[in-house]
Design a protein around this ligand. Sequence first.
Ligand code: FAD
Length: 408
Amino acid sequence: MTLHRDQPIPEPPATTLDCLIVGGGIHGVHVAARLIGEAGVPADRLRILDPGARLLERWRSRTATTGMSHLRSPSVHHLDLDPMSLQRFAGKRTRRTAGLFTPPFERPALELFNAHCDHVEEAFGLAGLHLRDRAVGCAVDETGVEVQLGGGGVVRTDHLVLAMGIGERPRWPDWAPREDPGIHHVFDPGFDDWPVDRSSVAVVGGGISAGHVALRLLSEGHRVELVSRHPLRQHQFDSDPGWLGPKFTMKFHREPDFDRRRAMITEARHVGSVPPEMGRALRRAIARGRLAWREHRVTGLERTTAGLRLTLDQAEALEVDRVLLATGFESARPGGPMIDHLVRSESLPCAGCGYPIVDACLRWHPRIFVTGPLAELELGPVSRNIAGARRAGDRIVEALSPPRRAAV
Ligand SMILES: Cc1cc2nc3c(=O)[nH]c(=O)nc-3n(C[C@H](O)[C@H](O)[C@H](O)COP(=O)(O)OP(=O)(O)OC[C@H]3O[C@@H](n4cnc5c(N)ncnc54)[C@H](O)[C@@H]3O)c2cc1C
């Protein structure tokens, strides 16, 4: 079932589904493809619930905002079933035009990756399974799960997959007033308010998104001050590739204490790091005097007649026209009040950090599975990214392939 963009979005189904996936981002879309393609879930008995105008809306808008040209992850990390699918798709489509992949690790161009996402959506008819709404409540009874929709309807399902991601709450530092029109978080929904005049901009943050945004602004002719509270940290990936195999995960899985697992994840993540090629581009821009790098913590901000005045530690200050925050996301458990309520009503187990304690198949309850950040105490530091979606797909397919699907 393939829908074109101008066709109406389907109504909630009247019958009980086999599976409802809450969240139509990287994780929800990949798990949907895996359930249909590998676990034999009939497409008309699966839906993806997401408020976006189309699936993957958030991924597309955020990656476009940064101006990134290529992914950080290798070409085998994508949303289709077969790891070589993206390579094959590129070969067929363009006979390997230069720039489609970049070394090291054959990282795909964003445009190619997104075209391949379209291809996966089409192959599995996923647009036709998209319910454009939000889950606002969720209750489990003896025969299934009932999900209340923000638009007023309900959907009943045998199994629920929670794939809502971490991205609903961009992190706003305390010193940054939300109402000032000169200050934006680059990952706020709908952010597309790039400076058009040649202005001076402070980009706050020290990771890959801050790097992308700073380089984009430089290329558009702005004066850019990159304010980071730490020195430039360089890592190819956001955690060691050893976390994709047994090298590190065996020790992680042997650890029975979930607070210690959380500590292992925190230690393993290269938070606020940039890959080497971006490090080189930033250092080049600094050496040529095009980019000012300020290694400071911002302590305050005030509006003056000239613009915005950032107070930095060690009594430094910075005057700019605009401030763009590239400060990532809040780390609290995703899902908000709906998940808080579900935890209480079903006595779902959580670690000290509030995140789910799940079994090896990512089952939080016999009928409820998790992926993305909600699965990280089982999948480790890669859980949030594309590799994590693939790991989650393996586990959920294992649990929901017949005859196990019928066994709840
Ligand atoms: C700029 C950028 C570049 C990145 N580059 C890479 C990379 O190169 N490689 C890599 O592996 N990873 C990368 N990542 C990290 C990661 O892959 C992404 O963050 C990924 O998009 C997370 O997917 P998700 O499905 O968990 O979350 P999201 O994309 O946030 O999707 C979750 C969806 O759930 C919906 N939702 C939430 N609550 C509800 C509800 N109650 N009811 C219905 N729907 C709900 C949201 O609206 C959203 O559409 C990058 C991230 C960013 C921001």
